[in-house]
Design a protein around this ligand. Structure first.
Ligand code: GLY
Ligand code: MN
Ligand code: MN
Length: 463
């Protein structure tokens, strides 16, 4: 058995410090989820639990006391269950394997928790992370209160552990970044493979459908050891690219189509998230290239705006400026109708073709946890009216970027047909998405193992 990673131990110690010497934190892993009858969905641990333990079995709980002591509750060894469901670590081996101080059978959870809670000043658990958790905690607290006459003292305070863990998870440590770089590299290779297969199959005159490229992605993820996709892969041919939450389906991919692939693997719990849009046959048409170059320029502006000290919203604002100018220049937006660049931005006219945000945090979850507002400035609100809805919006200062944060940069353009929109652009949907680590100087794109320049994509697909 490998020695337990020091990262988990130091994360548990950091939690202990933040809940105070008399606090107690309770973190369950995720439940198993039935798919139908007695078939379950593939098991995926809870991200908070994994962050603190690295332990992947279901039916497990971690308890951290402010003193620094950690207790794991896990499934007991059971030969019959292990014959059917697989190996269990068991409480005897858990302390050496995971570095926890104590490990007990999960079957003793209800008996042990009231004693652990007794005398603490606050109980911390992740609010909203799991259905029924609050009720479960209340049950244990009631058991403590039931022993008040024997001197037991239930914690008078309940606190949200997410507030602590989300801040910790937002800034990635070296081992997390190493895993994320590997995940990004595998996903980049999968996009390269899908691009090459697309051009090759069309050259050979074979019928190509979205699920064929989906299979190529999955093949590449799994053959490099990634356990799963980080989210349902999008493989969208032609007009399907304009459906933002499209999934790889069965539509034919035709010579002359663009293909939008938004796919990334999950490796050792960490997500990657890449989008590339490429011509199925390996050659952009004129209008496809014009829109592609615009989205790429907007992404370059966003990348340049991603650096420590900048705000989370800065890359988005940079993207919107470039895209809006391009929409005017290419005639997607009519100056006579919408006015100049500042009007397009102020009135959000660009949302006809660009309706999503440019970034989200990335980590254990594809849309990772972490506050998008700057916690030190939460009271400094401004109010304004949304020109689209007329609603009053309260705006808080957006998060200040720091070294070690990881975010996606994913501008796009999606042209649904409309009478005033030039026909040559109808049904074109393009998104370009890379994963950025904020560094001391700026940011590092960890997903550039797959080309992004139009010429480089064409060169790759000729090969
Ligand atoms: N694939 C999900 C996203 O790009 O946010
Ligand atoms: Mn994304
Ligand atoms: Mn994506």
């Amino acid at each position: 058995m490998n020695a337990p990673s020091p990262d988990y131990r130091s994360r548990r110690a950091a939690v202990a410090r933040q809940i105070g010497p008399h606090g107690i934190a309770i973190v369950p892993t995720a439940p198993e989820r039935p798919r139908n009858r007695d078939s379950d969905h593939p098991y995926r641990f809870d991200s908070y639990f994994h962050y603190l333990t690295g332990f992947g079995e279901p039916h497990a709980w971690l308890v951290i006391e402010g003193s620094g002591r950690s207790t794991l509750f896990c499934q007991p060894r059971n030969l019959e269950r292990e014959i059917w469901d697989g190996y269990r670590l068991g409480p005897d081996a858990a302390p050496a394997a995971l570095g926890v101080d104590t490990a007990l059978s999960v079957e003793t959870l209800d008996a042990e928790l009231p004693a652990l809670l007794d005398g603490k000043d606050g109980v911390w658990f992740p609010y909203g992370a799991q259905e029924g958790l609050q009720a479960q905690v209340e049950k244990w607290l009631a058991a403590v209160r039931g022993k008040a006459r024997q001197g037991a003292l239930a914690p008078p305070m309940q606190r949200d552990l997410c507030a602590v863990l989300d801040e910790m998870r937002l800034v990635k440590d070296a081992s997390e970044l190493a895993t994320m770089r590997r995940a990004a590299g595998i996903s980049a290779g999968a996009h390269v493979r899908a691009m090459q297969k697309s051009a090759q199959w069309l050259r050979e005159g074979r019928a190509l459908r979205e699920f064929h490229l989906d299979a190529e992605l999955l093949h590449e993820f799994r053959r490099h050891g990634a356990q799963s996709v980080a989210y349902g892969s999008i493989v969208a041919a032609g007009a399907n690219a304009c459906v933002l939450h499209y999934r790889a389906d069965a539509a034919p991919i035709r010579d002359g189509d663009l293909v939008l692939i938004d796919a990334g693997c999950e490796l050792d719990g960490y997500a990657s998230d890449i989008t590339r849009t490429f011509p199925a046959n390996g050659r952009f048409t004129g209008p496809q290239r014009a829109l592609y170059e615009l989205v790429l320029a907007s992404q370059q502006a966003a990348v340049a705006a991603t650096r420590p000290g900048a705000r989370f919203n800065d890359p988005h604002d940079a993207t919107v400026r470039v895209l809006s100018q391009g929409m005017l220049d290419l005639g997607l937006l009519d100056r006579n109708q919408v006015g100049g660049l500042d009007d397009v931005i102020e009135k959000k006219a660009y949302t006809q073709f660009y309706m999503h945000r440019t970034s989200h945090w990335l980590g254990l979850d594809v849309h990772d946890c972490g506050d998008y507002n700057e916690p030190t400035q939460l009271n400094e609100t401004t109010e304004r009216m949304d020109p689209l809805t007329g609603n009053r919006l309260v705006q808080r200062p957006s998060r200040i970027l720091r070294e070690g944060m990881v975010l996606t940069i994913e501008p796009g353009i999606y042209v649904r047909p409309a009478p005033e929109v030039p026909a040559q652009y109808h049904h074109i949907g393009i998104r370009i998405e890379d994963d950025a680590v904020v560094t001391a100087q700026g940011c590092e794109l960890i997903t550039r193992g797959v080309p992004v320049e139009a010429d480089a994509i064409e060169a790759l697909m000729r090969g």
